[in-house]
Design a protein around this ligand. Structure first.
Ligand code: PLP
Length: 390
C-alpha cells in the first residue's frame, strides 16, 4: 500500500525533526555550535551559511509546509524579503509590486532601490492587467502580498503567477498573513514564497524570524546572496521556531474560527462603520479568497462610526493594544501609528488606510470573551463622548 504525503499537522509535528541518537529524547536536539570540523566532512557548516543541523532541519519543515523543494530561514521577515528581492534584481532591472504592501516592504523599495539602480512601479490596482500594464523590457520580478496588511485586500495568485510565467519573470509573494495553513501559493504557480515567521509561524509573540521557500535552483540563487548579507537566524531561535511550528495548524485553525465569529459580530454592530475580513461575503476579495485560501485567517481591520478609536483601544482589557500580530493572544493597533507610520498621509489615504482604522489580530481566547471585551470598551467610549457633550 502506498501512503499519501503527510498532512498538515503531521508536517508541523514531525517533518525535519532531528533524531537524538545519544539519549533518545523525544524532540530535536539543539546544536548551538558556531564551529564545525572542516576536514573529512561532506558539508562545511557555519551558521551564516544557513547549514547548521537545526537550520537545515527547520528548512525542510518550511519547504514541506509550503509545498516547495527547499527553504532558507532568516533572522527576520525583512531579511527574507530584502535578500529575495535583491537576489533577482540588479542595477538596471525593474520590479512591479502590488501597491498595498506591508509598510516595511514599501519602505525598502522606496528608500533603497534607487541607490542600487533598481527601478520599480506599483500596479494601480490588484488585477493581473494592472500588473501587466507596468511591465517594462527590463522587468525581472513581480511581487505581491495577499491578504495584505492592513486592509486584507486579496490578489489573484494564479493570475499573477501565469502572467509572470508568460513574460518570463520571477513571481514572489509575501504569504505572512495567510500562513501556510491557509494558503499555499506554490500550488498556484508562484516561484518564491516569503514569510515573516515572526507572525503565525512563531505564533507566541516571542520570535523574530523570516523564511523563503522555492525550488532548489532559486533557493540556491537566494543563498548565494544571503551568505554575503548575513541575515541568518541563531540556532536557539531556530529550535524555538521548530517547536512553535508543531502547533501552527491547531493555532491558526482556532484563530480562523474566532476571527470569523468576531468579524460577523463587528459587522452587525451598529457602532461599527466597516469591517475588512476576507471571510465576510461583503469583502471585495471574498470570492477570490474562497478559491485560493483554505481558511480566511485571523487578521481583520475595522473602523468605528463616530467613536474615537484611540479611546476604544485604551478601554480594552483582554485585547492588548500592541505592535505586531498573529500571536495566540489577541492584539490591536492603529496602522497609521505603527506598521504604516512611515508612509506619507497621502500614500496612506491612497491605500485606504484612515487614521481611524484598527487592525485586529485575533488570538485563541474564547470568542465570547473577546466579544464581551469589545462590548465593554464600546460602552466606556460611548460614555466618554456623552460626558464631552454634556
Ligand atoms: N511582511 C508582513 C506582511 C508583515 O506584516 C511584516 C511585519 O509586520 C513583515 C513582512 C516583516 O517581518 P519582520 O518584522 O519579521 O521583519
Amino acid at each position: 500500500m502506498t501512503h499519501k504525503k503527510p498532512g498538515l499537522n503531521t508536517i508541523c509535528t514531525h517533518v525535519g525533526e532531528l533524531k537524538d541518537e545519544q539519549f533518545k529524547g523525544a524532540v530535536s536536539p539543539l546544536y548551538m555550535s558556531t564551529s564545525y570540523a572542516y576536514e573529512d566532512v561532506e558539508v562545511k557548516r557555519y551558521p551564516r551559511y544557513f547549514n547548521t543541523p537545526n537550520q537545515q532541519a527547520l528548512a525542510q519543515k518550511m519547504a514541506a509546509l509550503e509545498h516547495g523543494e527547499a527553504a532558507l530561514i532568516f533572522g527576520s521577515g525583512m531579511a527574507a524579503v530584502s535578500t529575495s528581492l535583491f537576489a533577482f534584481l540588479q542595477k538596471g532591472d525593474h520590479v512591479v509590486l502590488q501597491k498595498t504592501l506591508y509598510g516595511g516592504t514599501s519602505n525598502l523599495v522606496v528608500e533603497e532601490f534607487e541607490k542600487f539602480g533598481i527601478e520599480y512601479s506599483f500596479a494601480k490596482d490588484l488585477s493581473a492587467e494592472a500588473f501587466e500594464h507596468e511591465i517594462l523590457e527590463n522587468t525581472k520580478v513581480i511581487y505581491i502580498e495577499t491578504p495584505s496588511n492592513p486592509l486584507l485586500t486579496v490578489t489573484d495568485i494564479e493570475a499573477v503567477a501565469k502572467l509572470a510565467k508568460k513574460r518570463g519573470l520571477v513571481s514572489m509573494i509575501d504569504n505572512t498573513f495567510a500562513s501556510p495553513v491557509n494558503q499555499n501559493p506554490i500550488d498556484f504557480g508562484i516561484d518564491v514564497v516569503i514569510h515573516s515567521a515572526t507572525k503565525y509561524m512563531g505564533g507566541h509573540s516571542d520570535i523574530l524570524a523570516g523564511a523563503v521557500i522555492s525550488s532548489e535552483e532559486k533557493i540556491d540563487r537566494i543563498f548565494q546572496l544571503a551568505k554575503n548579507f548575513g541575515g541568518s537566524l541563531s540556532d536557539y531561535t531556530v529550535w524555538l521556531l521548530e517547536r512553535s511550528l508543531k502547533t501552527m495548524g491547531l493555532r491558526v485553525k482556532a484563530q480562523n474560527e474566532n476571527a470569523q465569529k468576531l468579524a460577523e459580530y463587528l459587522e452587525k454592530n451598529e457602532l461599527v462603520k466597516k469591517v475588512y475580513y476576507p471571510g465576510l461575503a461583503s469583502h471585495e476579495g471574498h470570492e477570490l479568497a474562497k478559491k485560493q485560501m483554505h481558511g480566511f485567517g485571523g487578521m481583520m481591520s475595522f473602523e468605528l462610526k463616530d467613536l474615537d478609536s484611540q479611546a476604544f483601544m485604551k478601554y480594552l482589557k483582554l485585547i492588548k493594544p500592541s505592535m505586531s500580530l498573529a500571536g495566540v493572544e489577541s492584539t490591536i493597533l492603529s496602522p497609521a501609528k505603527t506598521s504604516h507610520a512611515l508612509l506619507t498621509p497621502e500614500d496612506r489615504a491612497a491605500q485606504g488606510i484612515s487614521d481611524k482604522l484598527m487592525r485586529f489580530s485575533v488570538g485563541i481566547e474564547e470568542a465570547e470573551d473577546l466579544i464581551a471585551d469589545i462590548e465593554q470598551a464600546l460602552e466606556e467610549t460611548k460614555k466618554d463622548m456623552l460626558d464631552v457633550r454634556i
